[in-house]
Design a protein around this ligand. Structure first.
Ligand SMILES: [Zn+2]
Length: 439
């Protein structure tokens, strides 16, 4: 297990002013430090009561050309560059205060924000970071040809392929996203637009603040901008910048590899939404307890390293807490796919009581193996006393399996008092005795 990473915020408040892209008006932006578990919030200083908007995917409003979030009637547009900079530079908690509905566009990159964060400094806080670990490959596709695949990885990586109309300016770049890499390789990359896309907007006066000073304009084969390209592959770098900013709306650090082909805000946001849905599903499995990390619990892989049992006889999904050396709680989510339900009973599926006893025995053996610090032995069930089945367990239930070692004689014999809980009610209980023999 890696050492826990801690949440971070800004060392102090800092700010700068500039032009808003859409209105062309002057806007002042300030980044403030914020306490642990605050996340990133936008504050509209120009509105009465200074409302704040949580930078999370639930508040996503529109994704045309830029990412807009809102709560109630309040909106903040084009949040992706400032979010990208904060997230990639390691800031988990901050207030982004503005006196308009949009941050300053700066030079169209995340550079001004990185400079600001650098000046303010980044400080470590007392609480560990929250992560989303990709376990199964996830993917989203859009009608416009965008494809995003998220693969398991122990780091946060992005591999991106960008291609313009007729596969013009096709560029590919792959990297692990760290503050140093972001600052050097990604932050300076500017927004680019296609002339055909922006011409109608310019005609309608919808991008009053837009100019060749804050965007690269692509017209046919020509690349127009005030300053020459900062990288030969500046476009794909900016796409990566936008992906980071949009995925920041997940509100958790992602451990996974995002592989993106022709990404855009809509597809990025869709992936952020899928991640959040998966995260909610995972938390629901273990409610009301949070899934601990490190030595506080065991995930399925770790459980399987200890127990020799396999599907359908592995009756523990994970251990969610070790309360003391002799007490722990395991979790098993019961689904209709369990083979036992095919016969027990057709049309009226009830989990067999004996399988609950087996679940208790497995949780108790994990406790004992952990205490004895060996997995070279197998536990054999000797007796089950005072067994009571109080309520039926049905498909869809999550069973919390509590086990407490009450007696262990030498390293060979142990007794455990166990009970299973569903929806805060005890559904079964038993006192188990088992012996341990070498494999
Ligand atoms: Zn952008």
């Amino acid at each position: 297990m890696a050492t826990p990473e801690f949440q971070q915020t800004l060392g102090k408040t800092g700010g700068f002013s500039g032009t808003a892209l859409h209105t062309g008006e002057k806007v002042s932006l300030k980044l403030h430090p914020a306490p642990v578990d605050h996340g990133i919030k936008f504050r509209r200083k120009d509105l009465q009561d200074e409302p704040t908007i949580d930078a999370n995917i639930g508040n996503l409003k529109t994704v045309e050309r830029a990412t807009t979030i809102g709560e109630g009637p309040v909106r903040v547009h084009t949040v992706e560059h400032v979010l990208s900079a904060l997230w990639a530079m390691g800031v988990d908690n901050a207030i982004v205060e503005m006196d308009a509905n949009e941050p300053p566009i700066g030079d169209g990159s995340a550079q001004p924000y990185v400079d600001l964060i650098r000046k303010a400094g980044v400080t470590t806080q007392e609480e560990p970071r929250k992560f989303f670990d990709v376990r199964d490959t996830m993917h989203v596709e859009s009608k416009t040809g965008a494809l995003l695949v998220l693969l398991p990885d122990d780091k946060f990586r992005i591999s991106c392929t960008q291609a313009g109309p007729n596969n013009q300016f096709t560029q590919f770049l792959s990297m692990e996203v760290t503050p140093a890499v972001f600052e050097r390789e990604i932050a300076p990359a500017r927004t680019f637009v296609y002339y055909e896309d922006v011409k109608p907007l310019m005609d309608k006066n919808l991008i009053k603040g837009g100019s060749l000073e804050n965007a690269i304009v692509v017209r046919g084969d020509a690349v127009l901008s005030k300053e020459p390209l900062r990288f030969a592959d500046e476009f794909v770098r900016h796409k990566i910048l936008d992906i980071i900013g949009d995925l920041a709306l997940v509100g958790r650090r992602i451990r996974g590899h995002a592989v993106a082909v022709k990404p855009g805000h809509a597809a990025n946001a869709e992936l952020a939404r899928s991640i959040t849905r998966e995260q909610i599903r995972r938390s629901a499995v273990a409610t009301p307890r949070a899934i601990p990390s490190g030595d506080a619990g065991l995930d399925t892989d770790e459980v399987m390293q200890i127990l020799p049992h396999r599907f359908p006889f592995l009756m523990v999904d994970r251990i969610i807490s070790f309360e003391t050396e002799t007490k722990c709680v395991g979790v098993k989510t019961v689904t209709i796919n369990e083979p036992c339900f095919q016969r027990h009973f057709p049309g009226h599926p009830v989990m067999p009581g004996v399988m609950q006893v087996e679940a208790m025995a497995q949780v108790a053996s994990i406790l004992l193996f952990k205490l004895a610090r060996t997995t070279s032995r197998i536990g054999y069930f000797m007796s089950a006393d005072a067994v009571k089945f109080r309520k039926p367990v049905l498909p869809g239930d999550t069973i919390f399996i509590h086990a407490e070692l009450t007696k262990s004689r030498g390293e060979r014999l142990a007794k455990a008092k166990c009970h299973c809980v569903v929806n805060d009610a005890i559904v079964s209980e038993a006192e188990l005795m088992f012996t341990f023999l070498d494999k």
